[in-house]
Design a protein. Structure first.
Length: 175
């Protein structure tokens, strides 16, 4: 988890620092050089595959540098495994998609519901997420649609999964 920053307010958020009565206070985030050291140490200890999340990882200053470092250091060590980036899609940009394709990053985006998206996340961006799935498919970038199942969106799970797949997602992750 690269950052505490997030541009959603999901009622199902799994980030412990936002939970009521949490015991995980927000502290200073690691800077880019510290993240590079962590990545190197993880490689030293046998880690070969990385998944990145947040908050919203794209909001971390220098997140591209972190991904590039994972790829470059992995290449030095003989690894070219997929890097997974978990995102809510709100801060996505075309240039990120192109870079993800180049760096073998698998994009995993949250679509907890279609009609219930705003109620669940505090943001009205279901169509925006679907647009990013379409754009990713156009350039051949592999993606996953993340669907968090709740009592609120249960009635539309089939439709939500279908929309993700129809719009280009390759895989489904159910939470």
């Amino acid at each position: 988890e690269l950052t505490y920053k997030c541009n959603h307010k999901c009622m199902f958020c799994s980030c412990p620092w936002y939970a009521p009565n949490n015991k995980y206070p927000v502290r200073n985030e690691l800077n880019i050089e510290q993240w590079k050291e962590v990545i190197n140490k993880l490689y030293d200890h046998g880690v070969e595959i990385f998944s990145i999340s947040g908050g919203e990882a794209i909001l971390k200053d220098g997140f591209i540098d972190i991904i590039k470092h994972i790829r470059a250091e992995g290449s030095i060590r003989g690894y070219n495994n997929v890097i997974t980036l978990i995102s809510n899609g709100l801060a996505m940009k075309d240039e990120y998609l192109s870079l993800f394709k180049e760096l073998n990053v698998h994009l995993s985006m949250s679509l907890p519901g279609y009609s219930t998206f705003k109620e669940l996340t505090g943001v009205d961006n279901a169509d925006g997420v679907l647009r990013w799935f379409r754009k990713a498919k156009e350039i051949g970038l592999k993606t996953t649609v993340n669907v968090t199942v709740t009592a609120i969106n249960y009635h539309e799970i089939y439709e939500t999964i279908s929309l993700g797949l129809i719009n280009g997602a390759n895989d489904v992750l159910l939470n």
